[in-house]
Design a protein around this ligand. Structure first.
Ligand code: ZN
Ligand code: ZN
Length: 158
């Protein structure tokens, strides 16, 4: 029931692109960000997909991190590449999976821009155990984005 409700068409709150259910279903369950501009919306309160937040403000993609086992996020290589979103209204942070149809150019732009984030934001991320990827991690970023791209190509070819 819940999945049917979540996987419906929506209009991006930031860039106004129409995101179809077909795109929402591509690669991830519970897609929560726009594949074109990567902005999200503050919908969840306790866990991904619960849609219980009263905030509903826009969440900006601020950087990349790697998912480690046991729900830790760090800049050490090996884990899955994740997008870090910051709510521009209340400051909530969420970590989200990258989908195979996310705009990779935009992901790299977010990665570039994360270099100039304010110190207090970086400190608050660090407090939560989230280390953003830095320039020295570029190879890992490219490797993972290319890997995701490969899967997408194979899915189309199949
Ligand atoms: Zn958008
Ligand atoms: Zn919020």
């Amino acid at each position: 029931m819940r999945n049917i409700e979540l996987n419906t068409d929506f209009k991006c709150i930031h860039c106004r692109s129409f995101v179809s259910a077909g795109i929402i279903l591509a690669g991830v369950n519970n897609r929560n960000h726009c594949p074109y501009c990567l902005w999200s919306r503050h919908m969840d309160l306790f866990e991904a997909g619960d849609r219980l937040s009263g905030c509903k403000a826009r969440m900006q993609p601020v950087g990349l991190t790697l998912k480690r086992v046991h729900k830790k996020y760090s800049a050490a290589s090996g884990g899955e590449l994740m997008l870090v979103h910051l709510c521009i209204e209340c400051g909530s942070i969420s970590i989200n999976r990258i989908a195979s149809d996310d705009d990779f150019q935009r992901i790299l732009e977010v990665f570039d821009a994360s270099d100039g984030l304010p110190d207090n934001l970086l400190a608050s991320l660090q407090d939560r155990g989230i280390a953003l990827l830095e320039y020295e991690n570029l190879e890992e970023v490219n490797r993972q984005l290319f890997g995701v791209y490969q899967q997408a190509v194979m899915a189309v070819a199949a």
